[in-house]
Design a protein around this ligand. Structure first.
Ligand SMILES: *Cc1c(COP(=O)(O)O)cnc(C)c1O
Length: 229
């Protein structure tokens, strides 16, 4: 069991490294291990193997894990209900799924200043599907300006979850759009620490790295299929 977990983990690290080299990049790509629905024992085994950053989607489940391992780096990546912002602001280091200005304002107001800035990303709806969450690309520059003015937050970049597609070319297109959008933000706000592109999951991490992802969020290919029963 643990052998399987650790060998899957090693395979994912190898895939990341291969994609990074194939794309001619010299900058690092961070692996976020997405541990939602998975037991603390799996997290501990990966931490033992050197994994530092873990991603969670459900507040209650995450708080229980964080209480056991406050030494690890915790990223909130799930949909955010506005009545759940307080525990998120108090217990996580990163939030990837900021998809409304109201959520950013609440996180800013509820972040305990003694913890240092909460690192946040704006979620962008790059596939432009009506059902999906995220800011529209054309509103990102205005939102960036407003979010940068909020205390206790550090805006670090963008995140996206594009619609699933099969071919490498089709997978790369929305990732390219996200990268171009981050470039626009960097040009408009050159003083800001806009260095993070959170894009790529189990099925499309290679395409994301080709397009400049600095952080991939991997669940299934490390931990196996999720059981929501
Ligand atoms: C669950 C989840 C992931 C991990 O997806 P896998 O396909 O299992 O690698 C990544 N990002 C977000 C936002 C998720 O909710």
């Amino acid at each position: 069991m643990n052998n399987t977990l650790l060998s899957r983990y090693q395979q994912v690290l190898n895939r990341i490294e291969t994609a990074r080299k194939d794309s001619g990049r010299h900058d690092p790509v961070t692996l976020l291990a997405v541990s939602k629905t998975k037991p603390l024992a799996d997290i501990e085994a990966l931490a033992e193997a050197g994994q530092k950053a873990f991603g969670e989607n459900y507040v209650q489940e995450a708080l229980e894990k964080i209480a056991q391992r406050p030494d690890l780096e915790w990223h909130f990546i799930g949909p955010i209900q506005s009545n759940k912002t307080k525990p998120i602001a108090e217990h996580f280091q990163w939030v990837h799924s900021v998809d409304r200005l109201k959520i950013a304002k609440r996180l800013s107001a509820q972040r305990p200043p003694g913890l240092g800035d909460l690192q946040i990303l704006l979620e962008v709806n790059v596939s432009e599907e009506a059902s999906k969450s995220g800011f529209r690309p054309e509103e990102i520059l205005d939102v960036t300006e407003e979010v940068m003015a909020l205390p206790n937050l550090s805006l670090r970049g963008l995140m996206a979850i594009p619609a699933r597609t099969e071919s490498m070319e089709a997978q790369r297109e929305p990732f390219r759009q996200l990268r171009d959008l981050l470039t626009e933000m960097q040009q408009r706000f050159p003083q800001a620490p806009l260095d993070t592109l959170s894009m790529g999951m189990s099925a499309d991490l290679e395409a994301a790295i080709m397009e400049g992802s600095t952080l991939v969020r991997i669940g299934t290919d490390i931990f196996g299929a999720r059981n929501y029963a």
